[in-house]
Design a protein around this ligand. Structure first.
Ligand code: HEC
Length: 148
């Protein structure tokens, strides 16, 4: 019993002086709130990176647009006006009533075309696969102006 410096607490001696309780409560609250805040921030960051929905969820039209942008299509086709080739909107309107339009346009994208819109040739795109050509055709057919 007793410490080397002789200042041992006598049994049944004075209780330790009361600390201000409210300070402890405030400190504890602060710690808890900071932890919750950091967890929430971490969750939001994680949700952005890890749980991002896959691009394919945006649908075939968006996938088709990406393919059209990556290819040479925009060199000859504009949205509204005729350039070298017919405008996207005009193509979409012309084939709106055709249930076979996706297959037809996919074939034209891959094999080329001439004579349907004029005398200028749409070049072949043999490097574009059937599935990609169909996605591109789906995007083209979605370009109908909303007002009509
Ligand atoms: C060198 C210019 C040129 C490029 C590059 C080009 N096109 Fe064309 N496109 C044309 C022309 C010209 C026509 C019209 C052909 C015709 O009169 O039959 C056409 C027609 C089309 C048609 C068919 C329209 C119809 O009603 O039959 C589609 C669909 C089409 N293009 C999509 C594309 C896509 C997708 C790409 C990119 C992979 C592309 N084009 C690249 C010039 C081009």
């Amino acid at each position: 019993m007793g410490s080397p410096d002789g200042r041992s607490t006598p049994p049944g001696g004075e209780p330790a002086p009361r600390r201000p309780r409210w300070l402890l409560v405030v400190l504890a609250l602060f710690v808890v709130m900071s932890a919750v805040g950091m967890l929430a921030t971490g969750w939001f960051i994680l949700r952005g990176f890890v749980f991002k929905p896959p691009a394919a969820a945006a649908g075939p039209v968006a996938a088709g647009f990406a393919l059209v942008q990556a290819s040479d299509c925009m060199r000859c086709h504009l949205a509204e006006r005729k350039a070298v080739g017919p405008g996207w909107q005009a193509i979409a309107e012309r084939h709106a009533a055709n249930p076979e339009a996706v297959a037809l346009l996919a074939r034209k994208i891959r094999e080329g075309s001439v004579g349907d819109w004029g005398r200028v040739i749409m070049p072949r795109h043999p490097q574009i696969g059937e599935a990609d050509a169909r996605l591109m055709a789906q995007w083209v057919l979605a370009q109908r102006p909303a007002s009509r």
